[in-house]
Design a protein around this ligand. Structure first.
Ligand SMILES: Cc1ncc(COP(=O)(O)O)c(C=O)c1O
Length: 374
């Protein structure tokens, strides 16, 4: 038997989540964010599954855009961080990409470039995230400069990113929104603001375009779930199996450092999945897993290729039993990646993007059953 660890990717769930993003913002278009290899799901497979319902994709850099173009993806692709050096503009043009512009040097490079056709530009405003972008005052000047150079830049949009759209406390978000609305009013500019939490919960941020990412993959980014986020469907199931069973008396330490000790006579299932596969080594004792469709928990430190779970209360669990680290079990039970992330003191984004290449991806739905099309 081959090592049983696999990441099953449900492309119908991806399409369901994308459609949910659209239905929440019927007056916006949603660019599907596929950076970091589609948040670990395989950007090409996700693009192929979405290309008949999404008008555009977004990635972080030109290399990610090239991967999609080589796979035959023809839709517009936005570079969310724009170019990293002026020399990339030739490729932006040749590949028909759209680009964010967040810095003066990018503006100068664009205006010095002589494109055969102007390049669609999303001008990035720092409305409070304090990561990339021009201050609202400076953005106004840059906007006017680009608007007066239509041979270089076309289809101008204002783009910004929210620092706290996921939080119940909307105070900081409201400040960002107020700055953006004032700027957009002054310029008559179309907006692209909403990430997943704003798509799910902040209708006032829905613009000409939205940029949902993690929600497409079925993760709920909201601090407090809402009606919409409860409709998200998990896309990735990280699935493995029990490869050995230990019967231990009470008081025996399990795994490196003996972090967890059997509190009673216990059955321990050894699972083929470890941090060498991308499973988070910070997973605490008690991190949930599904064994044969039933919830139980990690017992002991995660090792490179294996982890251990307490199966004392699941007597039918044995060698070969299904283990779901997150996602949907064969019987339909769901363990959300968000819940697992909380036990690892992290967020779903790091777990999903952290699944390493040695874990085969197996695609289901939308005519793509099989392994990675990359
Ligand atoms: C600029 C930008 N837009 C959109 C997104 C998508 O965010 P989310 O995955 O929270 O929807 C990201 C993700 O980090 C981003 O950096």
């Amino acid at each position: 038997m081959a090592r049983p660890l696999i990441a099953d990717i449900d492309l119908e769930a991806l399409r369901h989540n994308y459609r949910l993003a659209c239905s929440l913002a019927p007056d916006s278009r949603a660019v599907a964010v596929l950076k970091a290899d589609g948040y670990g799901h395989g950007a090409v497979a996700c693009a192929l599954a979405l290309q008949d319902i999404a008008p555009a994709f977004a990635v972080a850099c030109i290399e990610e855009a090239v991967t999609l173009r080589v796979a035959g993806i023809r839709l517009p692709i936005v570079l969310l961080e724009g170019i990293f050096e002026a020399g990339e503009l030739d490729q932006v043009e040749a590949l028909g990409l759209w680009m964010a512009v967040h810095s003066d040097w990018q503006v100068e490079a664009l205006l010095a470039h002589r494109p055969a056709r102007p390049i669609p530009v999303w001008l990035k405003v720092d409305s409070g995230m304090h990561r990339l972008g021009f201050s609202p005052e400076r953005a106004q000047t840059v906007w006017q400069r680009l608007a007066s150079a239509p041979e270089h830049a076309c289809d101008l949009h204002l783009m910004s990113h929210f620092a706290t759209a996921d939080l119940v406390d909307t105070g900081y978000f409201a400040g960002q929104m107020a700055r953006l609305e004032a700027l957009a009013d002054r310029l008559g500019a179309p907006l692209c603001l909403a990430n997943s939490p704003a798509t799910l919960a902040r209708a006032e941020a829905h613009g000409a375009w939205n940029r949902p990412g993690v929600m497409l993959y079925g993760s709920d980014p909201l601090e407090r779930a809402n009606e919409a986020s409860r409709c998200l469907a998990p896309v990735m199931t990280l699935r493995s199996a029990i490869i050995a069973v230990r019967e231990l008396p009470a008081g025996e330490p399990v795994g490196y450092g003996g972090r967890w000790t059997t509190p009673r006579p216990s059955r321990i299932g050894v699972v083929a999945c470890g941090y060498g596969d991308g499973y988070d080594r910070h997973a605490a004792d008690g991190t949930p897993v599904l064994v044969a469709g039933q919830r139980t928990a990690i017992a002991g430190k995660v090792s490179m290729d294996m982890l251990t779970v307490d199966i004392t209360d699941i007597p039918e669990a044995d060698i070969g039993s299904e283990v779901v680290l997150w996602g949907r079990a064969a019987g339909g039970e769901v363990l959300s990646v968000d819940e697992v992330a909380r036990h690892c003191d992290t967020i779903s984004y790091t777990l999903l993007t952290g699944v390493l290449p040695r874990v085969p991806r197996r695609y289901h739905g939308h005519g793509q059953t099989g392994t990675d099309p990359n």
